[in-house]
Design a protein around this ligand. Sequence first.
Ligand code: RET
Ligand code: NAG
Ligand code: NAG
Length: 339
Amino acid sequence: MNGTEGPDFYIPMSNATGVVRSPHEYPQYYLAEPWVFSFLTIYMFFLIIVGFPVNLFTLVVTVLHKNLRTPIYYILVNIAVVDLFVIAVSFPFTMHAAMHGYFVRGQVGCNFEGFFGGHGILTTLWCLVVLAVERCMVSFRPGMDIHSRRRFVIKGVRFIWLMAFSWSLPPLFEWSRYIPEGLQCSCGVDYYTLKPELFNESFINYMFTVHVVVPLTVISVCLGRLLCVVNSDALDKTERDANRVTVVMTLGFFVCWLPYVSAGWHIFSNQGSAFSPLTMTLTAFFAKSAVVHVPLLFIAMDKPLRQCMFITLCQIKNHFADDDGASKSESSSASVAPA
Ligand SMILES: *C/C=C(C)/C=C/C=C(C)/C=C/C1=C(C)CCCC1(C)C
Ligand SMILES: *[C@@H]1O[C@H](CO)[C@@H](O)[C@H](O)[C@H]1NC(C)=O
Ligand SMILES: *[C@@H]1O[C@H](CO)[C@@H](O)[C@H](O)[C@H]1NC(C)=O
């Protein structure tokens, strides 16, 4: 046996030595040295401290500036909102678990962590799918007016949330389940056991076809076509820039997530084989950094957003600079002129 299975966990270590304990009840310092857990704690703290302001500021600036009311920013707002949820609800559980070396909050904590983390990631994934399709439509049918583009994106947002829930809810209702992974301080869906009573196998197959193969195919086809027109004069500069932002942000997202997905698929298709607990922890924790660098890539690539951020920063600075006119500045902060 290469692992130890319990009612609500699977630990990738044989219990021949008798040291393996439930990750919901005991520290897992036999899987890795305590400093590794401390490192993970600091890393999660860092993601929370950096990710929260970056996403909040992106959200506030996008909502305040009327000239940022085009489809690509609708998608950005969605990504920032779910990132904030992931950071505020899922990450504290992860950090707390890493701090204690096991899932202190038990199965309930694991469900929270897995549900909010996974739902956020899936929302971002489907956002990128809708954005890729929208970019293709605009680039290859230049006649589309802004109203039909907005209608498309608003329908798209409904579709995004529906798709994300269609992945994140089933494990809460006994189609597969959320289970601690790697060093047992983050949760994902169960690639580790077949559990016929939870129909694990069908869930993982559903997940990989509907939520991995389909989105990857759509994105590769659309972005592949976009790359062909990346410097074409037939498109105006705003659209070309938006295409560039989309390509870079999407690549950034997949660089984060592909190692985790591949490791999950490998473990699932080689049931019972030996693997290091560090594999899933390193890939999952690396993937979590997407909440910081997807928005950062957007900010780095997108000039209009940066200009609006700059305007907002100046207004905040002025607001604090003229402290003699405290009452005056209150009204001016509400209305924001476009660039
Ligand atoms: C730290 C929390 C984690 C690792 C939460 C789990 C996330 C998943 C199980 C995400 C699964 C994915 C899909 C179902 C499809 C697209 C790729 C993924 C990896 C985002
Ligand atoms: C591992 O073995 C020890 C000693 O036999 C036992 O007390 C413990 O419950 C086992 N762990 C699990 C998770 O079954
Ligand atoms: C344990 O892992 C090895 C290597 O991955 C594999 O060959 C073996 O079949 C596994 N043992 C069990 C009981 O699954």
